[in-house]
Design a protein around this ligand. Structure first.
Ligand SMILES: [Zn+2]
Length: 283
């Protein structure tokens, strides 16, 4: 199974939902799975599942934050709906959820499915089109969908038509990078490794601040050839308790096509930009 199949199955499951937050208990119960909370689970254990007769029980750790508990339920539902064997046995380690690097492919697929259910594309698409891609928006949508900020940031990027990317790092090392379809079409990719020295993420870690923003060259974050023709604004949120950073990157073309436009005569300057979008002021 590939990621697209997991996403398609998730979209089908939540297609009828018209408002956030998604009722995860109801989704589980529609699949004959009952959710229970327990404070008896070991620290660092997000939850576990067990069968009793025809019913499957999902037990989530009452000490985890509520958004994490919602994600855990949907991750377990994903194993059931996608019929993917669980690689963590009956116990779900909290430290591995929503982590993309070094996880077995089935676990990543279950996370992708969970994120798609928690923040349905058809609900976030219109919000993403009107709210700027910034930390403030991510915090606001996190409360709206009752989903973690990393989950919301990745869903925003997947639903957006802009040239944006989201990078999640821990201790300055990139764990996952999600690029919008428009950015991938421009052949701009973000690689793994350490966050760039000039980045807002690196600055937030060095200064131990919560919020930083910087203006960079596209090539600071991407070694793709195409990135040389772009500028990149980055806003970074540093979650100090976990030593994690979320970087929100917005790319803008500054290369040959814009210089070309400047050479044209005045009448041509009145024509719409090469992007095909009319130059309305941004909301
Ligand atoms: Zn799993």
């Amino acid at each position: 199974m590939d990621e697209l199949t997991a996403i398609t199955r998730a979209r089908k499951l939540v297609a009828g939902i018209s408002s956030a937050p998604v009722d995860v208990i109801a989704l589980a119960s529609a699949h004959n799975m009952e959710v229970k909370e327990s404070d008896q689970l070991a620290e660092g254990e997000a939850g576990n599942t067990f069968r009793k007769g025809a019913k499957t029980f999902i037990v989530v750790n009452k000490n985890d934050d509520p958004f994490r508990r919602r994600f855990t339920v949907l991750h377990e539902l994903a194993h059931h709906v996608l019929d993917l064997p669980s690689n963590h046995g009956a116990t779900i380690p909290a430290s591995e959820l929503e982590r993309f690097s070094g996880r077995p492919p089935e676990e990543k697929l279950c996370d992708v499915f969970a994120a798609e259910c928690l923040v349905p594309t058809h609900l976030i698409r219109s919000l993403a089109a009107t709210a700027p891609f910034c930390v403030d928006t991510v915090q606001r949508l996190s409360a709206h969908f009752q989903a973690s900020r990393p989950c919301v940031a990745s869903s925003y990027v997947r639903a957006s038509r802009e040239l944006i990317a989201y990078v999640f790092a821990e201790g300055g090392r990139v764990q996952s990078a999600i690029m919008s379809a428009a950015l991938r079409e421009q052949r701009i990719f973000i690689q793994g490794g350490m966050v760039p020295a000039a980045s807002a993420a690196a600055r937030a870690l060095a200064r131990d601040t919560t919020l930083e923003s910087v203006e960079l060259d596209g090539s600071d974050w991407s070694s793709s050839d195409a990135a040389m023709q772009f500028a990149c604004s980055e806003e970074a949120l540093h979650m100090r308790a976990w030593n994690q950073t979320l970087s929100l990157l917005t790319f803008e073309r500054v290369g040959p096509s814009q210089r070309g436009a400047a050479d044209r005569d005045e009448s041509e300057d009145l024509l719409p930009e090469l992007t095909g979008h009319l130059p309305w002021p941004k909301r």
